[in-house]
Design a protein around this ligand. Sequence first.
Ligand SMILES: [Ca+2]
Ligand SMILES: [Ca+2]
Length: 125
Amino acid sequence: MATKAFSLADGKLAGCGVGQTDFVNTATTTGTAPDGTVVTDVSVDGSDPDGTDGDNNPDEESGTPVSIAPNPGLGLAKRNVKTELLPDGSANVTFEFNLENFGNVNLNNLTLTDDLAATFLPLVQ
Ligand SMILES: [Ca+2]
Ligand SMILES: [Ca+2]
């Protein structure tokens, strides 16, 4: 038996399907004999292509489960979009906030707090 290990894009699963950490997947192999006969098989979960029955027939097919550990991550960026000086000496300041889920699970109960008073007091009205 010849065995060759393959990796998928250097082992990195892009995105990992945010909100999903459990997957089931099958692979397909195909080969062509010298007489042109094409043979193919769909994978069976485990390390033996013959499955567990030992009958020299690889007709078993089953998905291989993959579980990726939950890895929550959240990022926040804030920028000053515009600052307008008003005739009365006050200012209107417009901020933009961008939140990004950097993890592989959904996040609930998101909150965003910007304590303007901590920075601009006593300017905040
Ligand atoms: Ca078999
Ligand atoms: Ca098979």
